[in-house]
Design a protein around this ligand. Structure first.
Ligand SMILES: [Zn+2]
Ligand SMILES: [Zn+2]
Length: 310
């Protein structure tokens, strides 16, 4: 069942993961007893946030996104949530996920639909955009609204418009009773205040970059967090402190690939096969094994996205 993986990190991961290739993409963490493959050493990863529709996969990963997904599956990744960033990308994602649904050599794929805050300028009319997004969400092809939020990194951004778009999309999440995947870059105060208006919408603060104190405040409100490659960076003590501060039942892991590759691949293209590095980093900050970190993140992702019965 083993095929050649040229990437050195994939080799590393393969050595550490006793992969249950024939798990038929069900969760081996829930595998019935008697499955000899589902041992303590069977790592199964749930990548809670990724962008396999990003053009970087075509340009920088040999064989493109499909090859990256196949390699990820070999490295023990059983599920990936691919986030939408525009109406158009969200629409295309449903087709992408459908096209992979019969493929037993890639992780289970899920799509979210939403407009990323840095794409705010692409939409002239907020009501028109929301009508289109509502139509997409009504198809039932999406497991969450996202990624949505605020991004104040670039000084020329229209913050008021971002805030309007953020609120409108959270209203849609509420309407469809879907969870929301939140992007927050350099906008911690405003994101926190707006999310307080939506206590009934289950939220995941993806790639959480706030402080431990902010994390505790969110945790009190039952918000979920996902952590990625940043946990492995030398200069990310703040993020590690946040990851140590929140209850374990609220933590997910993600790659945000093709961005934010973990150390030692920082700056290169990222893919879900690197989840082991992230699980190890979470394990270190919480004083648990990488296996336990992967398992809790897997179980929490399944719960957050409402996949318990799938
Ligand atoms: Zn994001
Ligand atoms: Zn993202």
């Amino acid at each position: 069942m083993r095929s050649i993986i040229t990437d050195t990190a994939a080799e590393f991961v393969k050595e550490q993961v006793n992969i249950s290739i024939d798990s038929q993409k069900s969760s081996a963490y829930d595998a019935p007893t008697g499955d000899s493959c589902a041992t303590e050493t069977t790592f199964l990863f749930f990548d809670a946030h990724a962008h396999y529709d990003d053009a970087r996969f075509d340009d920088e990963y040999e064989g493109g996104a499909i090859a990256a997904l196949r390699d990820s599956f070999k490295a023990g990744v059983t599920a990936v949530v691919n986030a939408g960033v525009t109406i158009e990308s969200s629409r295309a994602l449903a087709e992408f996920v459908r096209s992979l649904s019969g493929d037993t050599k890639v992780p289970r794929m899920y799509a979210t639909a939403g407009i990323h805050p840095t794409e705010t300028g692409s939409y002239e009319s907020l009501p028109d955009a929301m009508t289109e997004l509502e139509t997409l969400l009504a198809t039932g092809n999406y497991i969450a609204v996202g990624e949505v939020g605020l991004d104040y990194h670039y000084p020329d951004t229209d913050r008021e418009k971002q805030i309007s778009l953020f609120r409108a999309q959270l209203e849609l999440a509420r309407h469809f009773k879907l969870p929301a995947v939140i992007h927050d870059r350099e906008a911690h105060g405003d994101v926190f205040d707006i999310l307080r208006e939506f206590p009934d919408v289950k939220c995941l603060l993806h790639c959480f970059s706030g402080s431990a104190e902010q994390a505790r405040q969110y945790a009190k409100l039952g918000r979920y967090f996902s952590f990625g490659g940043v946990l492995t960076y030398k200069n990310a003590a703040k993020t590690r402190e946040a990851a140590a501060a929140v209850p374990s039942e609220l933590i997910l892991l993600e790659t945000d690939c093709p961005y934010l590759a973990p150390s030692p691949y920082r700056g290169k293209i990222n893919y879900s096969g690197y989840m082991m590095f992230i699980a190890q980093a979470l394990g270190e900050v919480r004083g648990i094994s990488a296996y336990e970190a992967a398992k809790l993140a897997h179980d929490n992702a399944t719960a957050f996205y409402g996949l318990l019965s799938s």
